[in-house]
Design a protein around this ligand. Structure first.
Ligand SMILES: [Zn+2]
Length: 257
């Protein structure tokens, strides 16, 4: 069997469509656009075997229907009528397999960015859509700070070496904010130099890892004194708990230039 690779296909300004592939077959995570996928499958002579969706936003599911016109494959995603193409809806903790690659994923319910957002975890990989980004987290469109906090905390329970495949290339902008929110964090400076080098060569900064996020991501470090201090300064009052800290830095980041 040829080895499994995970290839980022670019879509729109900064989306990645993560493509699991070997020499013959491909499975897609969050195909927001069918065009780059169809071009890639054709050029590489790959057969599409499955689609995985993390949440209902158009830049993650917009390519589903056109891809299904080319090949009828199972579509795994959350229970959400806003993704009508899902054939195999998954509850928290349910498993699905990609038998062609011999791997299995567990669905993790991680609300916050959207109400029904899920991640796929397995084989040392995490596909987390727009909930966890490298050095950041998604906007709270449908969820509360408490939900986002709990979802991120849950992901941080995974092993440090877990590779983290996020939905967007936001790393450099996220680091800029993180340096304001977590000013004493030396790991951020090292990561910034590394990420800048990659972006200068037009390469992705992803995947990240759970260990890297634990060290650098202010949204999972809301109990760390420097993050609490800067969040409290932003809020104009002493913040006492990690959920309030997350709420404050999430709002701060929305206005950060
Ligand atoms: Zn989204």
């Amino acid at each position: 069997m040829s080895p499994l690779e995970v290839v980022p296909l670019r879509a729109f300004a900064d989306n990645y469509i993560w493509t699991l592939r070997d020499a013959r077959c491909a499975a897609l995570v969050d195909p927001g656009d069918a065009r780059p996928v169809l071009d890639y499958l054709r050029a590489e002579r790959l057969e599409l075997v499955a689609i995985l969706n993390t949440h209902h936003h158009a830049d993650h599911v917009g390519g589903n229907s056109e891809l299904l016109r080319h090949s009828r494959v199972p579509v795994y995603g959350p229970h959400d009528e806003r993704i009508p193409e899902v054939t195999h809806p998954l509850h928290d903790g349910e498993r699905m397999s990609l038998p062609h690659f011999g791997i299995e994923f567990t669905a993790l319910a991680i609300p916050g960015h959207t109400r029904t957002h899920i991640a796929f975890h397995g084989a040392g990989m995490l596909f987390c859509g727009d909930t966890l980004f490298a050095v950041g987290c998604g906007k709270l469109f449908e969820g509360t700070p408490r939900e986002m906090h709990d979802s991120l905390a849950r992901l941080m329970q995974l092993p440090d070496h877990t590779r983290v495949y996020c939905g967007h290339e936001y790393t450099l902008a996220n680091i800029r904010f993180a340096r304001a929110a977590d000013p004493e964090n030396a790991a951020l400076q090292a990561l910034e130099a590394h990420a800048r080098k990659l972006r200068d060569q037009d390469l992705p900064t992803l995947p990240s890892s759970i260990g890297q996020e634990r060290a650098t991501n202010p949204f999972v470090r809301c109990g760390e004194p420097p993050v609490v201090a800067s969040a409290s300064r932003y809020a104009g009052k002493a913040l006492e708990d990690p959920v309030s800290v997350l709420a404050a830095i999430r709002e701060w980041k929305n206005h950060f230039r």
